[in-house]
Design a binder for this molecule. Structure first.
Ligand code: ARG
Ligand code: GLU
Length: 720
């Protein structure tokens, strides 16, 4: 008997080991086959079919892709949707005015009539997921070039899409999995009338802001509420006063008993992008070359912004959102570099490659097909490296860090579009562009930006090898800070693009005159000078080697699936619906320091800095804390839980994803990861990778006790 138990335990532990040591973001339709057993061994009480079922309402029917960039979940029979505050931020901001500042004060619709429509926002449900690999890869051969292969696949998929019969309002998306080795079709249905129902003030929803971002222990009430509206037949419909709350196929009950260390949890949502199966050489490149370049550029941009934001209140308001968005990935990349180093990711990948190579040796067919694969990958990454580095500097320079180079980039595109696609394409792009840029210019300050620009071009000219730079610009820029500043100031003075009204006047001219004005603008001339050497000496080689790496990676993925057939592989995230699971779990961030699983309202008060823009606390919340007026939402220890962590493998896009307990109830709302484990996009390590969630009890407490929106609690189903 003992022996039987032992060997059972061993098998069981081995499976847990595999799953937990790899993390994983799994396809909901494959759980029964791949994960159900392990999930149940970790404590899950429901079945894979309760999670994903195409015939009757299942958990997946409560999960939505929120606006295409976040996740949300339905939590009432009247289409109430829960997501993060930072996911609804744009909508909350767009309804805010100086008098009614919902970002500062929060917003709570006290009845349906007060719920606010959001043009452009939609939520998307997944009706069905289907393996279409055979259709997609029909007639594809190993000797095809990447381009020929992709062309053949799109042709196949076009035919497939024409053949498929879709339900009314249903749409079809096909995506590549396992680096292009498999294809899955998603039958989706989108609802375009999504209204804002509630949001806490930023002092709750964004408590800790950038200082606490990516950090545990955390105390943020990062949630907001929306409602899906449909027509009278419960079908998708554009906003109309006649629309009614949507009736879901399933909604999540909320468990107000919470979860404790060791309890099963899963997170259901739309993770954006991971790279878990790269060779060691690629991981080293990310950690040593690409991340450092991106971080260095953002370092200097953020320093300048911070200086101005600290000295002037109006600038702080103007730049808060831009700063937060630049700082978000800046901070993540720093964490990622450190985490890759600390978890010895490169050495781990190398050991894995040795294992791979020695398995090849046991099989002549494998050896013929894959014998030189790793060598080719390594060579390709070596060839890519100098271009990848310059590309990283260049995209940080011309991307989001300065508005002017971004505007110049778009103007250049607009002018080219007139040449290549004609007046109609020009006009339509111009319209969309003006629309987009209007918002961008609102948060633009010439003095701040010219200094950011100077700092960035200075660093660019310092770091990028001379052979990739414009020879005329070289003596002008990149010598001293003062020189770069003077150059930037003069450039910003002479350009017409620094002012939105001027830009509108130019673009209102007949197309050819407008293009002539744009092309003679000093900013555009500078942009082209900067960009031309990049376009000729970097971009083509970057593309060449990067395409080769993508092509080889597909084969490497295929080889890994074949050679390690005893292992389970989850496909890298690609913004499709996934389930990840784990347990509520603390961790050791460093030697002798242990981080517990939950934070409490007491901890909010410990961090409280009156009047501070990151750590202020609303008076009413202080009163509720003083009176310990927590309603039904306190934990057994009498304290009010705020955030908690678990070993679920999540990434960007999982924001707003529900944390679900063993019985299929909502216990939390995912919104971040812990600093020490942000390398999980490349190398998940179960010892320190943790996702961070708002405890459902804090969300209910804020809605009920803080906002007095009991009517919303009444439409939910609470369980203990
Ligand atoms: N780090 C979280 C996520 O990637 C939250 C971001 C929003 N919060 C912030 N302070 N920028 O996206
Ligand atoms: N905050 C992230 C998002 O916006 C989720 C956290 C993560 O990257 O893990 O999707």
């Amino acid at each position: 008997m003992m022996r039987i138990i032992n060997s059972f335990l061993l098998v069981c532990l081995a499976t847990i080991c595999i799953g937990q040591s790899n993390g994983g973001m799994w396809l909901p339709n494959l759980l029964a086959e791949l994960n159900e057993e392990e999930m149940q061994s970790l404590g899950m009480q429901i079945s894979a079919q309760d999670i994903y079922d195409v015939n009757t309402g299942s958990l997946k029917d409560a999960i939505v892709h929120f606006g295409g960039f976040c996740t949300g979940e339905v939590i009432s029979a009247q289409g109430l949707v829960l997501t993060n505050h930072h996911c609804g931020y744009g909508q909350i901001q767009s309804h805010s005015t100086v008098e009614d500042n919902y970002l500062d004060d929060g917003f709570w619709a006290m009845d349906r009539a007060e719920e606010l429509p959001n043009p452009g926002l939609y939520v998307k449900f997944i009706n069905k997921i289907e393996d279409v690999t055979a259709y997609a890869t029909n007639g594809v051969t190993d000797d095809m070039s990447l381009e020929a292969r992709n062309e053949k696949i799109s042709e196949n998929l076009k035919i497939f899409k024409e053949k498929v019969s879709l339900g009314e309002f249903e749409e079809l998306e096909v995506k590549a999995f396992y680096a292009g080795n498999q294809y899955y079709a998603f039958y989706t249905i989108s609802y375009p009338d999504v209204r804002l129902v509630g949001a806490p003030p930023s002092s709750i929803g964004k408590f800790g802001a950038d200082t606490d971002n990516w950090v545990w222990p955390r105390h943020t009430g990062d949630f907001s509420l929306f409602r899906i509206y449909a027509d009278k037949n419960n079908n998708p419909a554009a906003y109309s006063e006649d629309n009614v709350p949507y009736t879901p196929k399933h909604y999540l009950p909320i468990n107000i008993s919470g979860a404790e260390e060791g309890d099963f949890t899963m997170v259901f949502g739309f993770p954006g992008r991971t790279n878990e199966y790269l060779p060691a050489s690629a991981v080293a490149q990310t950690a040593k070359v690409v991340d450092p370049a991106r971080v260095a550029m953002r370092d200097v941009a953020l320093k300048v912004m911070d200086k101005y934001m600290r000295s002037d209140e109006a600038t702080k308001i103007k730049y808060a959102s831009k700063f937060a968005s630049i700082a978000n990935y800046w901070k993540k990349w720093i964490g990622e570099m450190q985490g890759l180093e600390r978890s010895k990711a490169v050495a781990k990948k190398s050991a894995y490659e040795q294992d791979f190579q020695s398995r090849l040796e046991t099989n002549q067919e494998w050896l013929t097909k894959y014998g030189t694969l790793l060598a080719e990958l390594n060579e390709t990454y070596a060839q890519l490296q100098p271009y990848a580095e310059v590309n990283a500097y260049h995209s940080e320079l011309t991307g989001r860090n300065t508005l002017m180079l971004n505007v110049a980039y778009y103007m250049d595109r607009l002018a080219n579009l007139y040449e290549t696609d004609g007046p109609e394409a020009y006009e339509s792009f111009k319209g969309r562009l003006l629309n987009y840029l209007q918002g961008q210019y609102k948060n633009y300050d010439e003095e701040v930006e010219a200094e950011v620009f100077a700092a960035l071009i200075n660093l660019y000219f310092e770091k990028v090898p001379g052979k990739f730079l414009d020879q005329e610009l070289m003596p002008i820029i990149g010598k001293t800070k003062e020189q770069a500043n003077a150059f930037a100031k003069a450039l910003y003075k002479s350009s017409q693009l620094t002012n939105f009204e001027q830009l509108e006047v130019i673009l209102a001219l007949p197309a050819e005159e407008a293009i002539a004005a744009i092309q003679t603008d000093e900013m555009l001339k500078f942009y082209q000078k900067l960009n031309n050497p990049f376009k000729t000496t970097v971009e083509p080689y970057y593309k060449k080697y990067n395409d080769r790496a993508i092509d080889l990676q597909r084969t490497y993925m295929e080889a890994q699936l074949e050679v390690f057939s005893d292992k389970r592989f989850f496909p890298d995230a690609n913004s499709t619906m996934r389930v990840t699971y784990g347990q509520v779990k603390g961790y050791y961030p460093k030697d002798a320091v242990y981080y517990g699983t939950h934070t409490y309202l007491d901890g909010v008060m410990e961090k409280y800095v009156p009047g501070d823009y990151e750590f202020d606390v609303p008076t009413k919340l202080i009163h509720l804390h003083n009176k310990k007026d927590y309603g039904d939402y306190a934990a057994e220890n009498g304290k009010l839980p705020v955030n908690f962590i678990a070993s679920n493998h999540t990434t960007g896009g999982n924001s707003g994803s529900p944390a679900i307990d063993a019985n299929g109830n909502l216990i939390g709302l995912n919104f971040d990861r812990a600093w020490e484990g942000t390398m999980s996009d490349i190398n998940y390590d179960p010892a320190i990778c943790r996702n961070i969630m708002v405890d459902a009890r804090y969300i209910l407490f804020i809605i009920d006790k803080y906002a007095g929106a009991e009517h919303l609690i009444k439409e939910m189903t609470l369980v203990k």
